[in-house]
Design a protein around this ligand. Structure first.
Ligand SMILES: Nc1ncnc2c1ncn2[C@@H]1O[C@H](COP(=O)(O)OP(=O)(O)OP(=O)(O)O)[C@@H](O)[C@H]1O
Ligand SMILES: [Mg+2]
Length: 381
């Protein structure tokens, strides 16, 4: 059973529709990450789930019960925000217990919950301190602790780590992961950070312009993006895109001309492929390898500049004959200079094709690079 479901949720602020019909089913115990550009509606979705914001239409179910009209306190949800305002004049212990004192819990039960949360988050040595006597990471743990003591059925996190420095983020990321494994509670987590999304999520929802573009496991989104937006959003550095045209499309096999790459033949979704359709070829920066002269799939690449970060190298430049800027990523140190020419083989079996008009993936799978025109038919099955 879905632990949390949104059904055709729409939210308007005055005239402006910011959530445009969202459907989402989150399973019990799942860790779901929302990613998407600034202003796409991630925080609004969390606020709608928590009840801090009402919906314009649509329904929300938690544990099978319709809660759209229920108050935030009755939804069994706890939310942790980016700016975790702790009460400065209260100790850590008081900050943790504050939300519980208005409920009808006994003193003993409140103490048990606080001790348990403090142990889980390794806050025991700090219970009597004030927030100003804590580091940023410790304060963030207190904010998470406040959510834990409420024993919610769903946790919502809105960019909880974005105020922390890089090292602390990595540490807190691991701690939230551990917490999730221990509590087995459903969690929804908003982040701008690709690595957080890819490493923490059971499933990622890519949000764009108030809609969910794709909802799936991190690798599914990485390897099988349903459209150009998801392809460009998931993965860092971002996928390279090259414009071209379908020259010949027959029975689900299309020949596509991409400047600099030549004529490429793909099996494609036949409903989307027609002669003359403008497409983009998508190739991730990691899917280019060095090859010797004479490789039939080799393309020429002109280096503009290269950045080496010890074990990795990022190269910026252009595929000869194509105007698009290309980024290459090698998991190694490669010594390169401006104007060097490289011979590369793109891993076209991992490439994607998107229709430019609506960005849809053609579900392309590479067949061959065609050299002589005459042999085009014979090699296609
Ligand atoms: N109370 C409000 N009144 C009017 N418009 C609002 C209100 N709250 C949010 N919006 C608008 O709704 C859209 C979505 O905002 P939201 O805060 O959900 O984005 P977000 O995806 O969380 O962005 P960010 O990554 O910057 O946090 C934005 O265009 C924002 O300006
Ligand atoms: Mg936000």
């Amino acid at each position: 059973m879905a632990d949390l479901a949104l059904r055709n949720v729409v939210k308007r602020f005055g005239e402006v529709e910011v959530i445009k019909g969202v459907d989402l089913e989150v399973k019990h115990g799942e860790f779901v990450v929302f990613v998407g550009p600034s202003g796409c509606g991630k925080s609004t979705l969390l606020r709608i789930i928590s009840g801090l914001e009402g919906t314009t239409s649509g329904s929300i179910e938690i544990g099978g019960a319709e809660v759209s009209k229920a108050s935030p306190a009755d939804r069994g949800i706890a939310m942790v925000f980016q700016s975790y305002a702790l009460y400065p004049h209260m100790t850590v212990a008081q900050n943790l217990s504050f939300g519980l004192e208005n409920t009808r819990k006994s003193k003993a039960e409140i103490k048990t919950r606080i001790d348990e949360a403090a142990r889980m988050l390794e806050l025991e040595p700090y219970l009597q301190r004030k927030p100003r006597e804590l580091s940023g990471g410790q304060r963030q743990r207190v904010a998470i602790g406040r959510a834990i003591v409420r024993e919610p059925s769903v946790f919502l996190f809105d960019e909880p780590l974005s105020n922390l420095d890089a090292a602390l983020r990595v540490q807190m990321r691991a701690e939230i992961g551990k917490l999730h494994r221990r509590l087995q509670t459903t969690m929804i987590y908003v982040t701008h950070d690709q690595v957080e999304a890819m490493t923490m999520a059971d499933r990622i929802a890519v949000v764009n312009g108030g809609r969910i573009e794709q909802f799936g496991a991190p690798l599914e989104l990485f390897e099988h993006p349903v459209n150009r937006f998801v392809a460009g959003f998931i993965g860092s550095p971002r996928m390279n895109f090259y414009q071209g045209t379908i020259k010949d499309s027959r029975e689900g096999v299309a020949r596509v001309f991409i400047p600099g790459f030549g004529d490429l033949t793909f099996e494609v979704d036949r409903a989307l492929a027609e002669d003359g359709v403008e497409v983009e070829l998508g190739v991730r920066p990691t899917y280019f390898a060095f090859v010797e002269e004479g490789d039939p799939q080799a393309i020429a690449f002109q280096v503009e500049y290269a950045e080496s970060v010890g074990t990795e190298t990022y190269v910026y430049g252009k595929i000869v004959g194509n105007p698009a800027t290309t980024i290459l990523h090698f998991a190694d140190h490669v010594a390169l200079n401006e104007n060097d020419q490289l011979r590369l083989r793109p891993a076209l079996n991992r490439a994607h094709l998107f229709r430019i008009s609506d960005g849809k993936s053609l579900n392309a799978s590479f067949v061959k690079t065609s050299v002589p025109e005459a042999s085009a038919d014979s090699a296609v099955h």
